[in-house]
Design a protein. Structure first.
Ligand code: FAD
Ligand code: ZN
Length: 508
């Protein structure tokens, strides 16, 4: 059933949320990362014919790919912000092949860059110089699926959405969902500790990943592929690889617990007068909806203007300063709907919300979700956009957007914010006419210091990658950074695994 409450408004037709992979920009010319960011190449060997011969003998010519045009999609990110100059992409199919590759690279002092679906937003997946790209593209087998325990074991290159489709046949679902699900790989998700739209309900990957198989820099295979929910036998090594962005090891297999797929879903799209009312609505939603609350997203009016301008997507409920997308999912339609209706009635009566629509049919749910999920598509139509993924205490969630609006003045086209309110995770965007390193330097490190002052984190879910690595010292104390460096040396003494990422590559 699809119904509106209070005001009768008709939902406009939007593109339905469906399986799609991330499309790349074609119109922007990107300079090489090493030039734009003035990076010093570390002392690795350059690729020579004898190395190529080894890789081609191991994998064959079609899985040791060379040639500038073949490599374009592995050297550039989807948003065309960064560009590496790798001369070879390796596509192993098995853990053993990854092990041979890494052991050879380690012996020959060749730097590598692990790559999954190449949807990362901080450049961790791209070579900065000529690092050898090791893609998980062909490591895409589901190894086992136990529908009693809900545990799936698969290779690292399985696309998130493909795993979800297979789980759906067994009444299960992956415990994470993100806009890039049609392209990103589970190995990439684990390596970035991806958050996404349902973290509020299912928690993060540190909780949902039961085990990992990882290949170390020297080629040694580390079997931590437990499928048990409880396993307190010594140090929990898997956690070191979750979120380490390919700098400590190459993830080859993942064991993950998967919850039952909800039988009934409702989505409400609500308009509110100010951010104070957004917070009141969120608090009430937690109290009233309890266990069926599965997502709480917020969008500000500038973001809505942005997607109207770029994608011709309009708010289905008219214009408001803030919009909330609230999803419930559970097993009992009438119980869930009744709970949601009671919550909405109270929120309206207390004037927390001014208007809204509710959908419970899949096509209409998708239509509402696509308002939120299509926002990044608009980035492709900007001259350039600087994206900041940050955590903030809820009381300061939008303070940063207001501050940056003032700070940028006429330097930017637009500053706007949206995000996973339920997790205190804001996505702040600064739209530019064109990329300008000078303007970027004006923004950073100012913005990171401001986030720190507000009690937040400079990376909520995308990681540090290449772009944020120089600012790690703003986020973490020196003692923590030293321990990270010690761990890196222990796991990867020659530093061949994803250099220039996570740990600061520039000393200020
Ligand atoms: P890649 O981009 O290929 O790699 C990411 C990092 O992981 C790199 O450092 C890479 O070296 C490393 N890596 C990849 N595979 C391996 C491996 N097998 N072993 C070791 N290291 C590896 N992120 C969120 O958290 N939440 C969101 O809601 C979200 N929404 C997004 C929406 C859009 C439209 C887009 C484009 C991106 C979004 N992202 C989001 C960012 C991105 O999708 C995630 O970071 C995702 O987890 C990356 O997966 P990937 O397979 O593309 O990894
Ligand atoms: Zn996000």
């Amino acid at each position: 059933m699809f119904f509106n409450f209070r005001k009768c408004v008709n939902i406009i037709t939007l593109t339905v949320r469906k399986s799609h992979s991330i499309k790349r920009f074609t119109h922007r010319k990107t300079d090489l990362t090493k030039v734009t960011y003035n990076v010093q190449r570390q002392n690795f060997n350059e690729l020579q014919q004898k190395h190529i011969d080894f890789f081609r003998k191991l994998l064959g010519e079609h899985r040791a790919v060379m040639g500038v045009s073949n490599l374009e999609k592995y050297n550039e990110d989807w948003i065309n912000n960064l560009k590496g100059s790798s001369a070879i992409v390796l596509k192993p199919k098995s853990t053993e092949e990854v092990s041979h590759i890494l052991s050879f690279c380690n012996d020959n002092n060749l730097a590598v860059c692990p790559q999954g679906g190449n949807t990362g937003l901080v450049g961790g997946q791209l070579p900065v110089f000529d690092e050898i790209v090791i893609s998980t593209e062909l490591m895409n087998e589901i190894i086992s699926l136990d529908d009693n325990s809900g545990v799936v074991v698969c290779q690292a290159g399985c696309v998130l959405e493909s795993i979800d489709n297979i789980l759906a046949e067994k009444g299960l679902m992956v415990p994470l969902d993100l806009g890039a699900k049609g392209s990103c790989h589970i190995g990439g998700n684990v390596s970035t500790n991806a958050g996404g739209l349902r973290l509020l309900r299912y928690g993060n990957l540190h909780g949902n990943v039961l085990g990992l198989e990882v290949v170390k820099a020297n080629g040694e295979i580390l079997d931590c592929l437990s499928t048990l929910k409880k396993d307190n036998t010594g140090y929990h090594l898997k956690h070191l690889f979750i979120g380490s962005e390919g700098t400590l090891g190459f993830v080859t297999k993942v064991a993950m617990q998967c919850p039952p797929r909800s039988k009934h879903t409702n989505v409400a799209f609500l308009g509110t007068q100010n951010f104070g009312k957004v917070l009141k609505t969120f608090k009430k939603a937690k109290q009233d909806l309890g266990e069926i609350l599965s997502a709480v997203e917020v969008i500000d009016s500038s973001t809505m203007e942005f997607i109207d301008e770029k994608l011709n997507i309009k708010s289905p409920i008219g214009e408001y300063p803030f919009y909330l997308l609230i999803e419930t999912s559970g097993s009992n339609e009438s119980h869930d709907t009744e709970k949601l209706n009671t919550f909405l009635e109270t929120a309206l009566n207390k004037h927390f919300i001014l208007n809204g629509i509710v959908a419970s049919e899949p096509a209409k749910i998708n239509t509402i979700w696509s308002i939120r999920e299509k926002i990044p598509e608009g980035f492709k139509l900007c001259g350039a956009v600087f994206c900041y993924d940050v955590s903030l205490p809820l009381e300061h969630y939008f303070t940063l957007v207001d501050d940056m609006n003032i700070y940028m003045g006429n330097l930017s086209e637009k500053v706007f914010g949206f995000g996973h309110l339920g997790d205190g995770n804001l996505h702040l965007q600064i739209e530019m006419k064109e990329f300008s390193k000078e303007v970027k330097d004006h923004i950073e490190p100012y913005i990171f210091k401001r986030i720190k002052d507000l009690g937040g984190s400079i990376s909520a879910e995308h990681g540090m990658g290449f772009l944020k690595a120089p600012y790690l010292d703003i986020a973490r104390p020196q003692s923590a950074i030293k321990l990270m460096r010690d761990l890196k040396i222990l796991f990867d003494p020659k530093g061949i695994l994803n250099p220039y990422k996570v740990l600061p590559w520039r000393i200020f």
